[in-house]
Write a protein that binds this ligand. Structure first.
Ligand code: AMP
Ligand code: MG
Length: 423
């Protein structure tokens, strides 16, 4: 256990959430293989190298408005500015904007290349035209207004997107704006997933007495799909040593990471611990958190130096998802090569008092909503038992109470992790 430290389960101590996270992150080796994919297939993929801009954006000084292009030096401050409008209009897409002499202006459209000599655009609504004479009242405009400068968004040779970025819709648009139709990303992380438990039945089948449906595989499958990883669904494995061994070995051979649920993080029975000990350095932790105390993590090794990281989550459906979000999600993103891995967190005012004792991290299922007086408020969703999946389904966020924190009064600020974001 040298890499991961002593197993606190063995000693009976509880490991703080932050310490577990640090221990996990310290042993991860991100994947390095890359592939080139077309832009429409690149959403959520992780950029493998910096993207350097092959062009300046914008490529020319251009107009930010529909109006008249002019020389800023012609603007008067004491009285109206009078300019001579030259015939014609400079349209967006025209190769150049022509030339403009002192005292002249020309009609120009948004995005059109600025004429040589012009550095300012007066919006159409700020000027009067009588015949060919344009009048601008003083104080409405300064030199340089309404002109976008060449390279102001992105300089030629500048880093447009940094390696490790998880590509979002705007990033794909940005890549397209630079002329790229494909992008080099890390190969997709492969994550094997299975549930353990003799009592479990696959949905769609009738339940025998004493059985329950395997829900974890479906919530975790979806959580993994949202991360953009490739999932290898290895199904449902009964608590049977030989089957468990075969499944683990297949997972090590075929995947970069293995996510399991149930069997007190598979450390319940001695045979499971022996099996995992034979494959790698798995730490069985009792994490100081609620829900989701039992959790096991470690690298497993197969043939030819093949490694897969095991994330063994507790069986209780809420605990399984909460431990996934608290530990596995960030670690999987890091393994996939991503540099920004933390989910967005914000502060909201608790609408309710919450009892809490210091010494463990609590993850309550919660609903964040707009407060009547402005800002955000958060309230917990009904019964919070670790098995009550409905509390998670009704929630739109986790309300996270830190390790050292005590009870919360109504109106106190608390941390929340939103389940969904805009992108
Ligand atoms: P375990 O961690 O195996 O002791 O399981 C803790 C609780 O979670 C038990 O009530 C199990 O029946 C339940 N459980 C375990 N795995 C699953 C699963 N895949 N889907 C739904 N419930 C589960
Ligand atoms: Mg079990």
């Amino acid at each position: 256990m040298s890499e991961l430290g002593p197993s606190p389960l063995a000693s009976g101590d509880e490991l703080p959430v932050a310490a577990a996270r640090t221990a996990i992150n310290s042993v991860l080796r991100p994947i390095t293989d890359t592939e080139t994919v077309p832009l429409p297939a690149a959403l959520k993929r992780v950029l493998a190298a910096d993207v350097v801009s092959p062009i300046a954006v914008p490529a020319h000084d251009n107009s930010a408005m529909d109006g008249y292009a002019l020389r800023g030096a012609d603007l008067q401050t004491a009285g109206p500015t009078l300019l001579q409008a030259v015939p014609g209009t400079v349209f967006a897409g025209a190769a150049d904007g022509g030339n403009l002499a002192a005292g002249e202006c020309v009609r120009i459209m948004t995005g059109a290349v600025m004429p040589e000599g012009a550095d300012t655009v007066v919006p159409i609504e700020l000027c009067q035209l009588a015949g060919q004479q344009l009048t601008i009242q003083p104080g409405l405009l300064r030199a340089g207004d309404n002109r976008r400068q060449r390279g102001e968004d992105l300089a030629l040779g500048g880093v447009a997107l940094a390696a490790g970025r998880v590509l979002r819709p705007a990033d794909l648009g940005l890549l397209a704006s630079l002329g790229f139709d494909k992008v080099t990303v890390f190969r997709r992380l492969r994550v094997a997933l299975f549930s353990t438990g003799d009592e479990l039945q696959t949905p769609g089948q009738p339940l025998a007495p004493g059985q329950i449906y395997d829900s974890n595989r479906f919530s975790l499958l979806a959580a993994l799909q949202r991360l953009g990883v490739e999932v290898l669904d290895l199904g449902l494995v009964p608590d049977e040593p030989a089957l468990l061994r075969d499944t683990i070995d297949r997972a090590i051979a075929e995947a970069d990471a293995v996510v399991t649920s149930g069997g007190v993080s598979m450390g319940d029975a001695d045979h499971t611990r022996d099996l995992l000990a034979a494959r790698g350095k798995v730490a069985f932790w009792k994490v100081a958190m609620r829900p989701g105390r039992p959790f096991a993590f470690g690298p497993l090794h197969g043939k030819a130096g093949k490694t897969a990281y095991l994330f063994a989550l507790p069986g209780n459906p809420v605990a399984a998802l909460v431990t996934f979000y608290a530990f596995a999600q960030e670690a999987l993103l890091a393994l996939a090569g991503a540099t920004q891995t933390a989910a967005p967190r914000l502060t909201a005012r608790s609408a309710v008092a919450i009892r809490k004792r210091p010494g463990r991290t609590e993850f309550q299922r919660a609903i964040v909503s707009r407060a009547a007086g402005g800002g955000w408020e958060v309230r917990t969703t009904g019964a919070q038992g670790a098995g009550i999946l409905r509390s998670m389904s009704e929630a739109n966020a986790l309300l996270v109470l830190a390790h050292e924190q005590g009870s919360v009064a109504a109106g106190d600020d608390v941390e929340v992790w939103l389940f969904d974001g805009l992108v």
